[in-house]
Structures are given as C-alpha cells and as structure tokens.
Design a protein around this ligand. Structure first.
Ligand SMILES: [Cu+2]
Length: 322
C-alpha cells in the first residue's frame, strides 16, 4: 500500500525500541544493553577458543596432536559454574526491571489516560479533562502518563516502542502502564497482539508536546466542534447528518452521538486517519470514505455509497473539525 505513512516525524526512528524517549523505555533499553554485553563476551570467548583450536590443530605435516582428556573435574565445574553465574547476573537486573515497570505509578501528578483497544483502532479518554479522541494521544513532555488499558472486544496490546509497552488490553480487566516522556515528538505505536483481520493496520501515535502546546490542545479538545464558515463544509455536515455516519460517530455539539466508531469532534486536528495508516489529507479522507474496505480490509466501517460531490463536501467538513 503505497500511501502508508512512512515518513518519520521524530527523527529517523519513530518506532525503534533502541532509541528510548521515556524512563520506562530507557529501563528496558539499559537491561537489553547489559545482556547484549554479556552475550558479546560469551560469543568472543567461545568463538575465540574455536578459531584458535581450528588453526592450531588443523591437519598439516608435523601438526601437534591435541592432548586427549577424559574427565576433567576443574573444567566440568568451570563450564557449569560460569554459565550459572552469568545467568544469575542477568536474572537479578531482569527481575528488578520487571518489578519496577510492572507496578503502578506512584506519581501523584500523573496524567490519567484510558486507552481502549477496539477492532481495529484506539480510543483515548482523558477522564480528568473530559476529552475523548481516537488513535492519537497527546501528552506533555516531562509528566508521567498513567495509562489504563482496556479492551472493548478482544485481546490487543499497547506498544509504542520508544515510550512504553508491550502490555495487553484484556476484555473485562484493566491493566496499567506508565511512562514519562523525555523528549518532544511524534512516537509511533502498533497493536502487538493479534486481534483479527486488520490487526496489522492498527497503529497509533503518541504526540509528546511542550507543556504549553499540550494545554492548547486540551483547551481545543475539551470544546465542542468548531463553527463552520465555508459553504462546502456546511454542505458536508448536511451529508454527514443525513447518512449512516451519525449512528457510529460522535461530533460533540451536533446531532451525531454514535459510539461505535472514533469520535470525530476534532478529527481535522489529527495527523493520521484509519489508526495511523494514512496521512490525514483531503485526498486520503476522500479515498477512505470512497473505499474503506479496500484501504483497510475487514474494517468495521462499512463502505457507504456517496457521490463525488458528497465525498468532496464530507472531506471539507471532516477536515474543518479542528
Ligand atoms: Cu492487534
């Protein structure tokens, strides 16, 4: 799919676990680095001994004959004890890290966000701020995010490699995950637990803002839909309200109160659509509405019959919802 959003927004590594940008991800990365060094040491010693033996005792005239050894207590103890000690050295920091990243955050100032996994998109709710949005969560830099993970249907898993995860979203059970982002940017995530047909197209973005930008986003998103000024987007609103769209989508401040699909109140302010699979441009909104099932096969949004003019009007309307 050529139109998949490939260009990175946060440097070259929007989705790399090796470029941590939060306390949580840094802990995992530190543990990984430690284990890599242990593995590198073992590799060098084992391969070094192998290469030395191959060269030193290779078949050639007058080659030395290796001494044959039957039972060597010191060696037996050595190669049992050394790996056991290495495993202990790896196990201690591993278990420490598991305990730290597993327990709920104690940060009183944490920003609570409910992340609800749905086939095949993400709903984000900010209970303390009264915000409901989809697929893209804005958070301020330097403040702990306390994610409450729930599922509306089947198992999903939240994973934004540079910030936090993976952690499952389990139907009927709430999991928690926290992280404190340390740099501003757009971080990519992906559902990491197979959840059906469009699982691979269930992406997400966490947008880490400067505190002032975050406050501005909050103020905007707490409000109802903006007033429309141009005739094209008003016509689009008419099409939206007259079609099945309203039974699945909510636009706060309008007659549309559907709960099945993403809240569209501030859709125009999103970077992507379709759970991170397309850039949110006029062309892509039209493509999405014209051939949802082609762009995201299996999606729970049905294809709706619309004329070219209606598509243009709807796109103008949706993108005006900033
Ligand atoms: Cu999934």
């Amino acid at each position: 799919m050529g139109a998949v959003v490939l260009q990175g927004c946060n440097g070259e590594y929007p989705q790399s676990a090796l470029h941590p940008s939060s306390d949580f991800a840094t802990r995992l990365d530190d543990l990984f680095t430690q284990i890599v060094w242990w593995a590198a040491g073992v590799f060098v010693i084992v391969e070094g001994a192998l290469i030395y033996t191959i060269i030193r005792f290779r078949a050639r005239p007058g080659a030395p004959r290796p001494k044959e050894v039957h039972g060597h207590i010191a060696m037996e103890i050595g190669w049992t004890l050394a790996p056991a000690l290495i495993l202990v050295a790896i196990a201690i920091p591993t278990i420490q890290t598991i305990f730290i990243v597993d327990r709920p955050t104690t940060d009183e100032d944490a920003l609570v966000i409910e992340a609800i996994g749905r086939q095949w998109w993400w709903e984000f709710r900010y209970p303390e701020l009264g915000i409901v949005t989809a697929n893209e969560a804005h958070v301020p830099v330097g403040r702990t995010v306390d994610l409450r993970l729930r599922s509306a249907d089947v198992l999903h898993s939240f994973w934004v490699p540079r910030l936090g995860g993976k952690r499952d979203l389990v139907p009927g059970h709430e999991n928690q995950l926290w992280f404190k982002p340390d740099s501003v940017g757009v971080f990519w995530g992906q559902c990491a637990e197979y959840c059906g047909t469009a699982h691979a197209l269930m992406g997400t973005r966490v947008i880490v803002d400067e505190p002032a930008d975050f406050d501005a986003w909050v103020a905007l998103n707490q409000g109802s839909a903006v007033a429309l000024t141009d005739p094209q987007s008003r016509a689009g609103r008419g099409v939206f309200m007259a079609n099945a769209c309203v039974s699945c989508h909510a636009v706060r401040g309008s007659a549309a109160v559907g709960q099945f699909g993403p809240d569209l109140t501030h859709f125009g302010g999103r970077l992507t659509l379709g759970a991170g699979i397309l850039e949110n441009t006029r062309e892509n909104v039209i493509r999405w509405l014209d051939s949802t099932q082609h762009i995201k096969p299996g999606s729970l949004m049905p294809d709706v019959e619309l004329s070219d003019e209606q598509l243009e009007q709807l796109a103008a309307y949706l993108l005006a919802l900033r």
